[in-house]
Ligand binder design. Structure first.
Ligand SMILES: Nc1nc2c(c(=O)[nH]1)N[C@H]1C(S)=C(S)[C@@H](COP(=O)(O)OP(=O)(O)OC[C@H]3O[C@@H](n4cnc5c(N)ncnc54)[C@H](O)[C@@H]3O)O[C@H]1N2
Ligand code: MOO
Ligand SMILES: [Mg+2]
Length: 432
């Protein structure tokens, strides 16, 4: 048996979740920007405001296949006494007629074609009778502007269209293309180093042997980082050895903007992260949060870089990453809704045992019925990993002296979709 020196367990300051989140958000990193081809900018964060550089549409155009006419020529038209117009030109989209529509004339034109000079209305093909020899009959009155898509009706030149810090989605791509952005200026992705600690860890490709498990956290975090707009850098794993892990962390910090370690943050004999932070003389932001899972989630600053010490327990690690790492990265990317989205849901299970710590229950929000229902999924233990497979949300059960019954209205944090500005006022409020 390896000999270990018994040192008294240090008392940790327990802080609320919102306090931990705000301590993280007080930290900043400045990311450079880069330009990427339009077709590669999906899910990146804009580094500049996008302003309409021209009117949309850029000219008056036809929204239908039809005939461009002078509305005043139809003023006496009726079913019984249709007006006769002479068709002087025919154009498709992409062409501009050189003719000017004069009294008694019309231009045949297709959807998207520019309205010819002189015309101020478009009549759909279906409403016009073509009577041969380049003549058409109109059987009703049309007013000026009828079926004209006016220049600038969609947006005017100079209008702000997309904000710096917005995430580029298909609709944004359409606008960037509209305004001629072949390349887009985006925030460079923050490089997030991931270092797993634990003598028990095997590589993913290794066979199980007694006492060992595969390193799932590092890959899970890498996936979470990508989803949050960062660039994960898998830096391998370390055995539970203070010196090796210390050296590994110092080396890892050279390669990234932010460093995440997993494991070794609790009070066990081989939980070396607290001692490593001390040895590094890093500024500890916190090492105990009134939450479950993830109560031992830690963070420290070393030479201006943020170090997240996430728990080794997979569910605790996952929750710590979503609640603290994600907002930090999104803030660096200039996003404004950096926290998980919030939804009020109806609790579908009793959680009657009171818990002094706020609980984050892996759950699935189901959209059947008129009120979204949040259903807890899998084993609600910090060490469980399979509950993560079905989770698309975290039910928040604020800590307190009473449990929570089926049917209670609870705040749920959504793991997908748009985020929120600051969910904690809502989420951590006790029901009493
Ligand atoms: N006496 C106490 N024991 C524990 C406490 C406590 O307050 N007093 N806290 C418990 C809580 S809560 C948690 S959470 C864990 C935190 O543990 P650590 O963050 O120190 O993590 P480890 O001890 O290294 O590992 C915990 C658990 O997770 C597994 N693990 C570790 N790394 C990975 C990985 N990369 N992929 C998959 N699984 C991993 C590891 O094998 C352990 O089973 O401490 C409690 N104990
Ligand atoms: O940190 Mo542990 O996950 O609170 O249970
Ligand atoms: Mg431990």
């Amino acid at each position: 048996m390896k000999e270990v020196s018994i040192v008294p367990i240090e008392k940790r300051e327990i802080i609320p979740v919102w306090e931990a989140a705000s301590r993280i958000l007080e930290q900043t990193i400045t990311l450079p920007t880069e330009t990427v081809p339009l077709e590669e900018c999906d899910n990146r964060y804009l580094a500049e405001d996008i302003i309409a550089t021209h009117d949309v549409p850029p000219f008056d155009r036809s929204p239908y296949d039809g005939f461009a006419v002078r509305a005043e020529d139809t003023q006496c038209a009726s079913k019984q006494a249709p007006v006769l117009l002479k068709v002087i030109d025919s154009i498709g989209a992409g062409h501009v007629s050189e003719k000017t529509v004069q009294e008694g004339e019309a231009v045949r034109l297709m959807t998207g074609a520019a309205i010819p000079k002189g015309a101020d209305a478009v009549i759909m093909l279906e409403l016009v009778k073509e009577i041969g020899s380049g003549k058409i009959e109109i059987g009703r009155v049309f007013s000026p502007g009828h079926n004209i898509s006016k220049q600038g009706e969609d947006t005017k030149q100079g209008t702000p269209i997309l904000k710096k810090g917005s995430k580029i989605h298909p609709g944004a791509v359409a606008l960037l293309a509209t305004f001629g952005y072949e390349r887009v200026q985006v925030m460079k992705k923050p490089v997030v180093g991931i270092l797993a600690t634990g003598t028990e860890l095997l590589d993913v490709g290794q066979e199980l042997v007694p006492g060992k498990i595969r390193n799932s956290n590092a890959y899970m975090i890498a996936s979470q980082i990508k989803k949050a707009g960062g660039e994960p850098r898998l830096l391998g794993k370390m055995p539970d050895d203070l010196e090796q892990t210390y050296n590994g962390i110092i080396a890892a910090l050279q390669q990234c903007d932010v460093l995440i370690t997993t494991g070794g943050v609790s009070v066990g004999d081989f939980d070396h992260l607290p001692a490593i932070y001390k040895k590094m003389e890093a500024e500890l932001l916190f090492n105990k949060i009134a939450m479950r899972p993830g109560s031992v989630t830690s963070a420290a600053v070393y030479e201006g870089k943020l170090l997240f010490g996430l728990s080794g327990n997979p569910s605790a690690c996952f929750v710590g990453c979503e609640l603290f790492v994600r907002p930090f990265l999104l803030k660096a990317l200039n996003a404004d809704k950096v926290h998980l989205g919030v939804l009020k849901t109806e609790l579908q299970e009793d959680f009657l045992k009171p818990n002094p710590f706020t609980r984050f229950v892996r759950s699935r929000v189901e959209w059947e019925g008129s009120v979204p229902a949040a259903v807890p999924v899998g084993l609600d233990k910090s060490g469980s990993v399979t509950s993560l497979a079905d989770a698309n949300a975290l039910i928040v059960l604020p800590g307190g002296t009473r449990g929570w019954e089926i049917g209670s209205e609870v705040t749920t944090l959504l793991l997908d979709g748009e985020g929120s500005v600051w969910p904690w006022d809502l989420a951590v409020k006790s029901k009493s």
